[in-house]
Design a protein around this ligand. Structure first.
Ligand SMILES: [Zn+2]
Ligand SMILES: [Zn+2]
Length: 156
């Protein structure tokens, strides 16, 4: 069996994290990596101890659920909380980050954004990434990876 590439491995981790999401609108996971080491992870959900969308429904304002913190923000904040530098790190996300997360990613000094699915890709985000010299690459989480993961289970 072929080994997972680092890109596929970190993207698989983000998909695993996404399965912990508590917002029913979109299920997102993010993994922050520095020098091929996972330093933080997040999924979109309520603040710690807050009510979940899955229990009380989404809190909708102007077509957006405002109850949740995005996966990328949660991962960055985890680094802030535990004093882990994000300068020069990379982030693997299940979906193309929104404009707010894009700005937070750049401001945190993250130099690579890898996403599996296009999601309302904002042209201003791509402009900001370019200006900040952030590498942006699509890493599809395709059937090949799912097949490889299934292979891992079988050999157990
Ligand atoms: Zn929600
Ligand atoms: Zn976002």
């Amino acid at each position: 069996m072929e080994r997972l590439s680092w890109d596929q491995y970190f993207m698989a981790q983000s998909h695993l994290l996404a399965s912990r999401s508590t917002c029913t609108r979109l299920v997102v996971g993010a993994t922050i990596v520095r020098e091929k080491r996972i330093i933080a992870g997040g999924y979109n959900g309520s603040i710690a101890g807050g009510p979940h969308c899955t229990d009380e429904g989404c809190y909708m304002i102007d077509g957006h659920c405002v109850r949740t913190i995005h996966a990328e923000m949660n991962a960055i904040l985890q680094c802030a909380k535990f004093g882990e530098p994000t300068e020069g790190a990379e982030i693997y996300v299940t979906h193309y980050p929104c404009l707010q997360c894009c700005k937070a990613i750049i401001q945190a000094g993250i130099k690579g954004v890898y996403f599996a699915k296009d999601y309302k890709n904002h042209p201003y985000a791509s402009e900001l990434y370019k200006a900040a010299h952030v590498t942006v690459k699509k890493v599809p989480f395709d059937d090949l990876i799912k097949l490889k993961l299934a292979g891992v289970q079988e050999t157990k």
